[in-house]
Design a protein around this ligand. Structure first.
Ligand code: ADP
Ligand code: MG
Length: 332
């Protein structure tokens, strides 16, 4: 009985990484060692992938933009190939060369003033995923034009979440859960055998949830306009997901997109892609990913869930009781 009780105790670890705060929760023997390894693994990935670490693969590509290709880690290459594939398949939405625009809008957020039109146009000249040249055979990558710059903000946490799964398996952990700053990944189910229940943040009511979804061995990733934003003098909301077609924070009809699927990197990429693409195109895109479930919230706070979530998503009472927020279901 004592042993049983001990096994149910969660070991937790909270730490800052990748520009956010991460929390990991692990059950069973080896949890402490596993969490130590997880901390080191996240640090290793950040050192490899962050554009804010001067020696990372990504920084070296950025520093050599317009000059030469550089040799990168095999893992970095896999992430870049995945990002390129998404950009090639669903053009002009998800683009990791978006950085000049991201930087422009970060400065704008500091002064709460949108950038000048000319500055946006100039930055847009540098955004083109086709200028990222990848040579997987020799693990080399380079950017064509000086000033071009990669940012893995829309995909790296998803990759990191996938790697946590390897850590849990290596330590023979059967029940664990991590929150990588909004990117959630669950390993197995809860120690009592029931599925994990993940709360989805309401995009307009800070202290409230939109609902909760049950998951096992899956990732839940949300992209929304409500976490990093400023309201301009014109009353408009300027957030951190940039539409490469306009050079401005995306203004599709969606304000929050959650993707649920076992592959956390796919969930991360798709949530950003669908958010920019909007409801109509987003649903079309989703048809190509039968392994993905989604929760889409439009500007009127109307919430749409994919068919597979009918028995797994429970809206909160605050969401249900508001006439403006009826829950529809779309078929994919
Ligand atoms: P979060 O980082 O808040 O979890 P996302 O996964 O949607 O949200 O990623 C947003 C981040 O991705 C931005 O902070 C930026 O670094 C990067 N980004 C912004 N616009 C794009 C875009 N069009 N394509 C790819 N990455 C983007
Ligand atoms: Mg993303």
């Amino acid at each position: 009985m004592d042993l049983f009780f001990t096994e149910q105790q969660a070991q937790t670890l909270t730490h800052p990484a990748m520009g956010t705060v991460m929390t990991h929760q692990s059950y069973g023997e080896n949890s402490e060692d596993c969490l130590t390894t997880i901390r080191m693994e996240i640090e290793r990935l950040e050192a490899m992938l962050s554009r804010f670490r001067p020696h990372s693969d990504i920084s070296r590509i950025n520093q050599n933009a317009g000059c030469n290709a550089v040799t990168i880690n095999d893992e970095t290459m896999q992430i870049l190939l995945a990002a390129q594939q998404t950009a090639n398949t669903w053009t002009q939405a998800f683009d990791i060369t978006i950085t000049p625009l991201v930087n422009l809008w970060r400065t704008a957020a500091a002064s709460q003033t949108p950038p000048a039109r000319k500055a946006i146009q100039e930055a847009m000249q540098l955004v083109d995923h086709q200028d990222l040249r990848l040579h997987p055979a020799c693990n080399q990558a380079g950017l064509r034009k000086t000033g071009q710059c990669l940012d893995l903000g829309g995909i790296a946490k998803g990759y990191a979440a996938n790697r946590l799964r390897d850590c849990w398996c290596a330590f023979n952990i059967h029940s664990a859960f991590s929150n990588l700053g909004g990117n959630v990944i669950a390993h197995g189910c809860k120690p009592d055998g029931s599925p994990w229940r993940i709360g989805i943040q309401h995009p307009r009511m800070e202290q409230h949830l939109l609902g909760a979804v049950t998951i096992e061995n899956e990732a839940v990733v949300t992209s929304g306009d409500y976490q990093r934003y400023f309201i301009g003098k014109d009353g408009q909301r300027y957030h951190h997901i940039i539409d490469p077609q306009t050079g401005r924070p995306s203004r599709s009809d969606l304000i929050s997109v959650t993707v649920i699927t076992p592959d956390a990197m796919l969930a991360d990429t798709l949530s950003t892609l669908l958010f920019i693409s909007g409801m109509y195109k987003g649903v079309e895109i989703l048809k190509n990913y039968p392994e993905c479930e989604a929760i889409l919230v439009d500007q009127n706070l109307k919430t749409y869930i994919s068919k597979g979530l009918c028995d797994r998503f429970t809206p909160t009472s605050c969401t249900q009781s508001t006439v403006l927020n009826p829950h529809g279901v779309f078929s994919i």
